[in-house]
Design a protein around this ligand. Structure first.
Ligand code: NAD
Length: 257
């Protein structure tokens, strides 16, 4: 474990670990996208300081058209459905893929920025879904967020499926809703096969997703954490860098051999 060194020394060590690694797993949370202009949940200017999380439960979404209307208004105006660009942290991870070192990205994010930065879809495990889609709860038909926005613009304030007129839900896991089982299982399995596991921009407090880095630890992967605030996995990490992910990963990737 590297402790009490300068940030530059930590960065050198992470670059060294990446150079030596063959199978890197990356676990990301909302913190990796704050430098792309998307607020996280729990920081000072995070979403939960502006909205009440209790309004965003699955049960409430199903129970009342009024809540669905409210949620779509927030989503329509929210940063998650606006065009955002990947930042240096996303691009550095995509570079790991280009260099043949990336096994997978396991993300709690719903913003699609890993794919946008160049990581292929099949390497991205979206534990909480993707905000760029909506899904019909009855027939399963998927809609793009642009199609939903068009419906909202046409005055359909709680959009329904064109085919079966059932409820359209953002294709994300709402509070109280189960995670996609296959994605979760495969992510857990992949975490156990990595030699290096990097946690970037997550408070690691939302379960079961937050348990994934622990699988990597139990399987003896070297753990690296890049996060502004402490997490439960820090004690088991070879390196912990409490700096911005984009700035840090940009420096790291330039030093990787
Ligand atoms: P979180 O808000 O709980 O934690 C974010 C963490 O990132 C914090 O510990 C914070 O200190 C750190 N952080 C913030 N900016 C950073 C930066 N520039 N560099 C490094 N670290 C930074 O988010 P979470 O752990 O992902 O869990 C909460 C839920 O948030 C997830 O379920 C996810 O679906 C949802 N969410 C996603 C997005 C998105 O898709 N971009 C945005 C908001 C919330």
């Amino acid at each position: 474990m590297l402790r009490n060194k300068s940030v530059e020394e930590y960065i050198d060590r992470v670059a060294e670990l990446i150079s030596d690694a063959r199978n890197i797993g990356v676990f990301t949370g909302a913190g990796i996208s704050t430098e792309s202009g998307i607020p996280d949940f729990r920081s000072e200017d995070g979403l939960w300081n502006r909205y009440n999380p209790e309004e965003f439960t699955y049960d409430k979404f199903l129970a009342s058209p009024e809540v669905r209307r409210k949620q779509w208004v927030v989503l329509r105006e929210g940063s998650l459905t606006r065009e955002a660009k990947p930042n240096d942290a996303h691009y550095a991870i995509a570079e790991l893929h280009r260099r043949g070192k990336l096994d997978c990205v396991i993300t709690q994010n719903i913003d699609g920025l890993h794919q946008k930065s160049g990581v292929p879809d099949e390497k991205v495990f979206e534990l909480h879904g993707n905000m760029k889609r909506a899904v019909c709860l009855k027939c399963g038909r998927r809609y793009t967020i642009e199609q939903v926005k068009q419906k909202l613009a046409n005055g359909e304030d709680a959009p329904m499926c064109d085919e079966c007129r059932d409820i359209l839900k953002p294709d994300v896991v709402l509070f109280g809703e189960a995670l996609p089982v296959k994605t979760l299982e495969e992510a857990a399995r992949r975490a156990q096969t990595c030699d290096l596991f990097m946690v970037i921009g997550s408070s690691l407090v939302v379960y079961p997703a937050a348990y994934i880095p622990n699988y990597a630890r139990q399987a003896a992967a070297t753990i690296v954490v890049i996060n502004l605030t402490p997490t439960y996995i820090d004690d088991f990490a070879e390196v912990v860098i409490s700096e911005k992910a984009g700035e840090t990963m940009n420096k790291v990737i330039q030093k990787v051999l």
